[in-house]
Structure formats: structure tokens, C-alpha cells
Design a protein around this ligand. Structure first.
Ligand code: ADP
Ligand code: NI
Length: 221
């Protein structure tokens, strides 16, 4: 990898092994391959934005370790990330930066304040890109399936913007999730590079929905 010292590359490899182990069993959208995709996107966006490659990639690897769904609390999850960074002798400045990114980057209904640093913006964009486009469609249906939600039900209306925590406990459908979150992401992108990709992927989702609703009503030959 360009611009990374051997030590940094080794740390990223350790992070990969750690995350594969921790998230291997996750099956509601935060599995290892989600991390793989977010890291690859973060790498490309970081290069385009001239951001600190090591901080972006390490934060991308670790960003879901602290997820509340996988931990007793957000604090317990953050402590896990902090311990890992300490054990791997990450410089205090980078450690604090990565912890700040991970603790503030979640969607939260779009209500969180903007990311403070370019590295935070890069990682948040990379994570959001995985919720826009072809893969995000697959993730939404897998998530809905895991929760026992329907594909679609015209009598269940999309919910207004709420924090993820609030709406996690409520009934919805996979198709409603597009209107509750996925279609909003393109306008929330931080970087030029991320926004361009999100726009292409967004157009694909709109096309998908158009076809979906045509089929729902029984289209004519
Ligand atoms: P993140 O923490 O990455 O912002 P979430 O934990 O909210 O995302 O969701 C993980 C994946 O599951 C994402 O692709 C998201 O779009 C999808 N998802 C979350 N909530 C729902 C829902 N109610 N219905 C369908 N898909 C969902
Ligand atoms: Ni994520």
C-alpha cells in the first residue's frame, strides 16, 4: 500500500485478523465483508482527498467493533477499541483521533454533528457508501429478513427521521428503509469523491424502486 510504513501495514494486518474474528458471526449487515468494503472505499477516498491513509484505514477496520448491537453498551464497545489501540502501541494522537471518529460517525437519523476532520469525513463516507447502491439493497433485505420484517407492505408508512436506536425497536419493512435512510445518504456525503459515487449508486436504487413498484402492481407487457 502506497504511503504506509511496514509497521503501519503490519498494524493494519493485525486489525484485519482481529475484526475478522470479532465480526465473523455477525449476520445483520456488519459482517467481515462489510468491513472489507468500507476499508477499500476508505482507501480510495483517502487517496483522492489526501487524508492520513493510516488513520482512515485503521478507523475503517475498527469502526463497527464498538457497535451497540455487539456490546453491552456503547462505552463497553469503545473501551474494547481503546484497549486494542493501546495494545498495538498506536501513537496517542492517532489513538485519540480514531476513537473520536468511531464514536461520532454513526448515522443517528442524520442528526449527528458534521465530522470534525477530513479523516472522519472519509471513513463516514466509506461506511455510508455501503448503504447506497446494489449492495445496500441486499443488506436492507438481509436485515429485514433477520428481523422478521416484510419485503413491503403498503399499509405500513415509512417512519420520520429518528435515531437508529429509536427506530430499531419499531416495525418497518425493507422497502420503507429506503425512504427512512438509504435515499437520504447521497445528500449527507462529506467528500467530493464520496458524493460522486453516492450519486451513481443512488440512481441505481431509484431505478430499482421504480421496477419494484411496477412489478408490485403487475406491469403490462
Ligand atoms: P450502520 O451502523 O452501518 O450505520 P445499521 O446498523 O443501522 O448501520 O444497519 C446495518 C445495515 O442494515 C445497513 O445497510 C442498513 O441500511 C441496514 N438496516 C438498518 N436498519 C434497517 C431496517 N430497519 N430495515 C432494513 N435494513 C436496515
Ligand atoms: Ni459500518
Amino acid at each position: 500500500m502506497a504511503n504506509l510504513s511496514e509497521i503501519e501495514q503490519n498494524i493494519l494486518q493485525s486489525a484485519e485478523v482481529y475484526v475478522k474474528h470479532e465480526l465473523g458471526q455477525e449476520n445483520t449487515g456488519h459482517d467481515w465483508w462489510h468491513i472489507h468494503r468500507v476499508v477499500r472505499s476508505a482507501e480510495k477516498i483517502a487517496a483522492a482527498e489526501h487524508a492520513d491513509m493510516f488513520v482512515c484505514m485503521l478507523a475503517a477496520y475498527l469502526h463497527d467493533i464498538a457497535d451497540e448491537k455487539l456490546n453491552p453498551s456503547k462505552e463497553a464497545g469503545m473501551a474494547k477499541v481503546e484497549n486494542w489501540l493501546q495494545e498495538h502501541s498506536i501513537a496517542v494522537k492517532d489513538r485519540e483521533h480514531i476513537l473520536e471518529i468511531i464514536s461520532t460517525m454513526s448515522y443517528n437519523g442524520g442528526h449527528n454533528p458534521p465530522m470534525r476532520t477530513i479523516e472522519g469525513q472519509v471513513v463516514q463516507d466509506a461506511d455510508r457508501l455501503d448503504a447506497v447502491g446494489a449492495i445496500s439493497i441486499a443488506r436492507a433485505f438481509v436485515y429485514a429478513g433477520a428481523k422478521g420484517h416484510l419485503i413491503y407492505d403498503p399499509s405500513i408508512k415509512p417512519r420520520e427521521a429518528m435515531s437508529t436506536d429509536q427506530y430499531r425497536n419499531e416495525e418497518s419493512t425493507a422497502i420503507n428503509h429506503f425512504y427512512e435512510k438509504l435515499l437520504k445518504l447521497k445528500d449527507l456525503m462529506n467528500t467530493e469523491y464520496g458524493r460522486k459515487l453516492a450519486e451513481q449508486r443512488h440512481a441505481f436504487m431509484e431505478q430499482y424502486l421504480e421496477q419494484f413498484f411496477n412489478e408490485w402492481e403487475g406491469e403490462v407487457v
